[in-house]
Design a protein around this ligand. Structure first.
Ligand SMILES: Nc1ncnc2c1ncn2[C@@H]1O[C@H](COP(=O)(O)OP(=O)(O)OP(=O)(O)O)[C@@H](O)[C@H]1O
Ligand SMILES: [Mg+2]
Length: 280
């Protein structure tokens, strides 16, 4: 594989807060066009890893490249030409409470394209809000007027503001009801497929991992201890991975996915039967 095949490359990453070491010699590559699930116990440093990649957390050591540009060598405010190529949905949403949804979406647009006129800004924001599955009238609402699921979608709309190639989602389905979470998963998958996005998706949600992730990276012991498809991870004998994927919740998610595949296969074969049936 070539450099271009990995929008994100991380090697030898070390992050420390005081005497607490969060990452120690962590290495991870994200492949172009994949949804990479990132899992690990609470406090293992998933959000810190994401913040390091987007330059908000300066590591103690290591190299991070995004689209071939070094994030670790750059100053936090330095223009490195790649910041406008990613979008971020932070854990908890991080919407500006005094701005409407539409104005929230306009924030990155104004930052990177100050020359855009008001009408165009308004139109782009409206389009992103609808792309995120919100009704058009949500554009003029304030975050406090939205449900938790709508806030996530509003955060997604803002993350999509700049037509990113790389999307970071930190716990996008946390706190959503199962139906809302499944819809958000499908939206993420559709955006990946239609817009050709690469997605770095931090989640605790086993259904999300089984349903939409191409590969999963597991954070434990201050490193990425394994990365691969779920069957590949299951073939490892690390106790945390085994407990996570084969514990009661893991088994339930696996069974749900098996049911879904079976349903999809039978509806496909019914669809294939139809034309033959007509002609016979
Ligand atoms: N700015 C900071 N200053 C000091 N410690 C921090 C800071 N940010 C994170 N930490 C610590 O780093 C560790 C990893 O935090 P992080 O938020 O990355 O965890 P996480 O894996 O995202 O957990 P969760 O699943 O609960 O979101 C935690 O122990 C946290 O307290
Ligand atoms: Mg976190």
């Amino acid at each position: 594989m070539q450099q271009d095949d990995f929008p994100v490359r991380i090697s030898g990453l070390v992050n420390r807060f005081g005497d607490q070491t969060v990452h120690d010699d962590l290495t991870l590559d994200v492949r172009k066009g994949e949804i990479l699930g990132v899992v690990g116990g609470s406090g293992t440093g998933k959000s810190v890893l994401m913040r390091s990649i987007i330059g908000l957390q300066r590591p103690v050591a290591g190299q991070i490249e995004v689209f071939g540009n070094s994030i670790t060598d750059a100053e936090p405010d330095e223009e490195i030409g790649v910041r406008c190529r990613w979008g971020v949905l932070f854990q908890g949403g991080a919407l500006f409470s005094t701005l409407t949804v539409g104005e929230n979406v306009q924030v990155p647009l104004k930052q990177f394209y100050p020359e855009l006129g008001r009408e165009l800004l308004r139109e782009i924001a409206q389009y992103k809000v609808m792309l995120s599955g919100l009704p058009a009238d949500a554009t003029s609402k304030y975050p406090a007027e939205l449900s938790g699921g709508m806030k996530k979608r509003a955060g997604l709309a803002r993350a999509l503001a700049l037509d990113p190639e790389l999307l970071f989602l930190d716990e996008p389905t946390a706190g959503l009801d199962p139906i809302g979470a499944a819809k958000f998963d499908q939206l993420t998958k559709e955006l990946k497929e239609t817009l050709g996005l690469t997605v770095f998706l931090i989640t605790h949600d086993l259904d999300t991992l089984y349903e939409i992730c191409d590969r999963v990276a597991v954070l434990a012991d201050k490193k990425v201890i394994a990365v691969g498809t779920i069957p590949e991870l299951l073939a490892t004998d690390h106790p945390w991975i085994q407990d996570y994927f084969t514990g009661p919740r893991g088994r339930a998610a696996q069974a749900a996915q098996a049911r879904e595949s079976k349903r999809a296969m039978s509806s496909n074969s019914r669809a294939m039967d139809k034309p033959a049936g007509k002609g016979a």
